[in-house]
Design a protein around this ligand. Sequence first.
Ligand code: ATP
Ligand code: MG
Length: 138
Amino acid sequence: MSNRTFTMIKPDAVKAGNIGNILQMINAGGFRIVAMKYLSLSKQQAEKFYEVHAARPFYGELTEFMSSGPIVAAILEKENAVADFRTLIGATNPAQAAEGTIRKKYAASIGENAVHGSDSDENAEIEGNFFFSGLERA
Ligand code: ATP
Ligand code: MG
């Protein structure tokens, strides 16, 4: 079991001014920030990141949205990081997200859902490596 996960604060949450609120919830949840950056993804970069979803009907919409404005990307550390972070962010569809979760508070829809969280240790590693070099991890 790994103790790291990868997250993005998505363009909707950045535009709404919720970076600070979301980072506060991440800190309060017991996660340590290992690496963090603020950047915009090109359409091509978003397509590469979400390659696993290429066959899904929402792939075009998803990659369009994820390249529509700046995001915050971060590697987070905590015991049981992947599962605990999925609990903190809540269900993909904010209408089904539990009270007190990041998506319940800050997400508007299943497509524009405020945050990303890795779904496995393996993907956490791959996704962290997509954004960060070894030098960029504290
Ligand atoms: P994420 O990977 O962003 O943490 P997730 O693991 O909860 O989200 P996935 O199934 O991996 O959900 O879907 C990736 C992203 O694709 C979702 O977060 C959402 O932005 C978008 N998405 C998923 N399902 C739909 C849908 N039915 N319609 C539109 N967008 C969707
Ligand atoms: Mg996912």
